[in-house]
Design a protein around this ligand. Sequence first.
Ligand SMILES: NC(=O)c1ccc[n+]([C@@H]2O[C@H](COP(=O)([O-])OP(=O)(O)OC[C@H]3O[C@@H](n4cnc5c(N)ncnc54)[C@H](O)[C@@H]3O)[C@@H](O)[C@H]2O)c1
Length: 486
Amino acid sequence: MSSVYQPLGSHFVDGRYVNDEAGEAIPVIYPADGKVFATVHGATPAIVEQAISGAVAAQKEWAELTGTERGRVLTRAAAIMRERNRELSELETHDTGKPMSETLYADAASGADALEYFGGLAGTLTGEHIPVGQGDFVYTSREPLGVCVGIGAWNYPIQIASWKAAPALACGNAMIFKPSEETPLSALKLAEILIEAGAPAGLFNVVQGRGEVGASLVSDPRVDKVSLTGSVPTGQKVYASAAAEMKHATMELGGKSPIIIFDDAHLDNAVSAAINGNFYSTGQICSNGTRVFVQDGIRDAFLQRLSERMKNAVIGDPMDDATTIGPMISDRQRQIVLGYIAKGREEGARLVAGGNAIDGEGYFIEPTVFADVKDDMIIAREEIFGPVMSVLSFSDEEEAIRRANDTEFGLAAGVFTNDLARAHRVAARFEAGTCYINTYNLTPVEAPFGGSKMSGVGRENSKAAIEHYSQLKSVYVCVGDTEAAF
Ligand SMILES: NC(=O)c1ccc[n+]([C@@H]2O[C@H](COP(=O)([O-])OP(=O)(O)OC[C@H]3O[C@@H](n4cnc5c(N)ncnc54)[C@H](O)[C@@H]3O)[C@@H](O)[C@H]2O)c1
């Protein structure tokens, strides 16, 4: 079955939609009713070849432009994205099941921020002049890497595509983006918009497919960089493949992040952060604070206030503006989450809210809270990637920091306290790339975002992303004679 959302072609290569129906048919399902509303085909080797050779050619032309000229295209694309925000949000809601109350603000809007920010930076990317004595000097220039591959997860499809494309293009690279096979549609819209904004054909391409299409892009010798947003196991494979040819890599991977709430914290703010950090996007967010450590003195009040506020969640039709919790991306992901909930019960965690799938059409599940969770329980150790909060208790600061850091992951961490000296002390000791004091899960484009430990390498957003999409060349200039020993 097709709908208004059926794209004109599965892939966007060399400035236009292309199809090759020899590729595997991939149904696109609306998670709120489980029905297929579009179909795309996985890229065949011929499509991948067309995308890479087109990108190689377009990159050369694009890198000849001034940064200001490149930036102009990106900022125009940002403006088009904002004009079409509602249309793009409706598409994203169909692709992901996330409610309009989220997609209207956090998806294309965040993508537009990235295009605008890096569009503004493009003209400022310069090198340095470094005096080295005797009138000699070294100058550096910041050069593009070449062809970059972006590979996306299914939770923030157009945001991920834009967060990767914007810095890549600003630096003078071309990009081939492979969306998640679960959410193939909105990256195609970004490709359309970039062409409309004046990008050359072939500069930003979208090819569809499952992991093997991603793997074939990463291993192609003409590709210079790969940026993946996905799980740790996929990151390990992709990073290894990139390393084999010494390619640049950015890995935005999973997490099991802590939020530490001290007795003196503002109760409702801490509850808000725990709700945002566990149930926004039905819990399908990499940086979620899924281990909520609550100090003994505030634990009962926290659980009581949380339980009261959980009753205000509006679960249902994602197209209804009042809905605050949509379905999960797929029944498969819902089953994984239900499996974790069953393990939590078996291991003796106390179910405070939720715990069940919701009968009927679509992949809905109740937002779930476990209390009395212990550090060694599976629900406290593994990334669940669904709406399941684990509440743990602690008595002192030292203990909280040690337990918060006792994880292989290091994506994000948050602390709630009114004692600012303590807040900074705790933030300094967090083993995590993205930390929060008295808030959680905000990702403004101006600030670096990314993980440490197994949660990844590299940073997205901010000026830091420029380092990951460009390389420095040093040129030594001698103004005197060159001497030699003989
Ligand atoms: N750190 C971040 O910014 C961030 C953001 C969102 C999601 N995530 C993480 O993503 C995961 C959920 O997303 P997912 O289930 O789509 O992840 P996934 O790892 O299953 O897939 C991610 C992407 O990689 C592709 N892929 C799979 N195998 C590949 C291979 N061998 N070579 C190349 N590409 C391959 C997939 O097709 C998909 O496009 C969670 O772990 C979540 O924490 C991280």
